[in-house]
Design a protein around this ligand. Structure first.
Ligand code: AMP
Length: 191
């Protein structure tokens, strides 16, 4: 199975994506994690990405797209959960192209729904107490919500129109949300 997991910052995407990858027996591919690994390793990619990440901005598409293209071509990515990509309309088009060239397609786009912006911000502030992430300050957290609303929320209708979107209520305990996700995925017909 090949799927995207989408949702605003603080919706619990990363946590749920790990469990979903295990559930479907696929790779968990998080662009945020790959960027953070590059920042930690002080690679050229990491140095460039860090400036954007620390400000809560998106890393430019040409950098992100090339990274995802390479990652999806790796042998363990026959089944995957893509977490944090695509985030712009341009990335949607590039992902279509990447999958087309691999003769693959998406089975489902999972959207974690948490409508209350303040709840998201409070969750992220709580995470900030332990995450050590430079982009987990209140100002940056608020900016990341704005960027999500402006750039990424508009992708949901694109996938809805394609008949791929499955929305899951993201409010509740991690276990409750996970159960809802697994039930929703188990009901999805696979290509
Ligand atoms: P995340 O861990 O998914 O919240 O991502 C952390 C940060 O990495 C984001 O705020 C962006 O700066 C960067 N990032 C992750 N994925 C993307 C993407 N698809 N496009 C651009 N920037 C991204």
């Amino acid at each position: 199975m090949r799927l995207l997991i989408m949702g605003p910052p603080g919706a619990g995407k990363g946590t749920q994506a790990v469990a979903v990858a295990e559930h479907i027996g696929g790779a968990h591919i998080s662009t945020g994690d790959i960027f953070r690994a590059n920042v930690a390793g002080e690679t050229e990619l990491g140095k460039t990405a860090k400036q954007y990440m620390d400000a809560g901005k998106y890393v430019p598409d040409e950098i992100t797209n090339a990274m995802v293209r390479d990652r999806l071509a790796e042998p363990d990515a026959a089944a995957f959960v893509l977490d944090g990509y695509p985030r712009t309309a341009e990335q949607v088009a590039v992902l279509d192209d990447i999958l087309g060239s691999l003769d693959e397609s998406l089975d489902v786009v999972l959207s974690l729904v948490v409508a209350d912006r303040e709840e998201l911000i409070q969750r992220m502030l709580k995470r900030a107490e332990t995450s050590g992430r430079a982009d987990d300050t209140e100002e940056v957290i608020r900016h990341r919500q704005d960027v999500y609303e402006a750039e990424t929320a508009v992708l949901l209708p694109i996938y809805r129109e394609r008949g791929l979107l499955v929305e899951v209520d993201g409010v509740g305990t991690i276990e409750d949300v996970q159960k809802r996700i697994f039930e929703a995925l188990d009901a999805v017909p696979q290509a």
